[in-house]
Design a protein around this ligand. Structure first.
Ligand code: HEC
Length: 255
């Protein structure tokens, strides 16, 4: 038995679609924008259409089931069902898409969610309660080397972070106006001054996608820096954040 051409085309499209989902979602564990998926499927559909209609016989075979559905008197019941369902589905789809969705979600966002006690960072499971900035002790032991590390952290910051968090660390970078939630203002006493260095390390390394559920109804644009920076670069940047703002990190000892 031969598979009808129309079904073949549908199967190819479904296969490509699920292949895409499996590769990105399951294997790479990456979030893909739906607009990208739509664009991709558009080109795949165009390609499949070209292959399946490249000669006349193929074209005839491809549309035969559709023609039969419209013309064949014995298919009247099916025709009526399809002619009701297709417009309804198109209408429902359009309605769902056109609903405005740019409003902020109703849920409140927890700006500083409780961190998990352990987190997977740089492929290792780390205990956030025990994690410390390996360079912090140099502040007292070797102030000169400490200054150098702060300078290096400043360079990392200017290269990567100021676009959003601002060159004065006040959350007012050139991209900030377009972002919701807005980049946090590190000068404000409500942000890094309240936090431990391990908390910052976790937030910088895992970014918006690393936030637990209670903080996530708003989609944070904070990048996942473990994909771009080395571990010691993050620690140095943290030194710089505290040094520049004049805040000191919260530590377990003072509570
Ligand atoms: C594309 C914009 C963008 C860039 C670039 C960016 N951030 Fe962020 N960052 C955000 C946003 C938005 C938030 C607030 C939402 C959130 O908490 O995820 C944030 C939050 C944070 C927080 C959490 C602060 C708190 O009080 O909880 C830290 C720390 C941070 N960023 C550090 C950095 C560092 C360091 C860099 C550079 C290596 C950087 N960010 C680059 C957008 C950005």
């Amino acid at each position: 038995m031969r598979i009808p051409k129309l079904l073949q085309a549908v199967l190819v499209l479904a296969g490509v679609y699920f292949g895409f989902i499996v590769v990105f979602d399951v294997i790479l564990d990456a979030v893909i924008p739906s607009s990208l998926l739509v664009m991709y499927m558009f080109f795949v559909t165009a390609g499949v259409f070209m292959v399946f209609t490249y000669d006349e016989e193929g074209t005839r075979e491809l549309v035969a089931p559709i023609k039969a559905l419209v013309e064949d008197p014995s298919k009247r019941v099916w025709r009526n069902i399809v002619f009701v369902i297709v417009p309804l589905a198109a209408g429902a789809g359009t309605y769902v898409q056109m609903q405005p969705s740019f409003e902020a979600p109703l849920e409140l966002r927890t700006i500083h969610p409780a961190p998990p006690s352990t987190a997977k960072i740089y492929g290792k499971r780390v205990n956030l309660l025990k994690l410390e900035n390996p360079f912090r002790k140099l502040e007292k032991e070797d102030p000169e080397q400490f200054r150098e590390l702060v300078e290096e952290g400043a360079a990392v910051y200017i290269e990567n972070c100021q676009y959003c968090h601002g060159d004065k660390l006040d959350g007012n970078g050139p991209y900030a106006a377009g972002l919701n939630p807005t980049p946090l203002n590190f000068q404000d006493v409500g942000t890094i001054a309240q936090l431990q260095e391990s908390y910052l390390f976790w937030r910088i390394a895992t970014g918006g996608p690393g936030l637990p559920k209670e903080a996530a109804p708003w989609i944070s644009s904070m990048p996942v820096w473990q994909n771009f920076l080395k571990e010691d670069e993050i620690w140095k940047t943290i030194l710089f954040l505290y040094d520049y703002t004049g805040h000191s990190p919260r530590s377990w000892g003072h509570e």
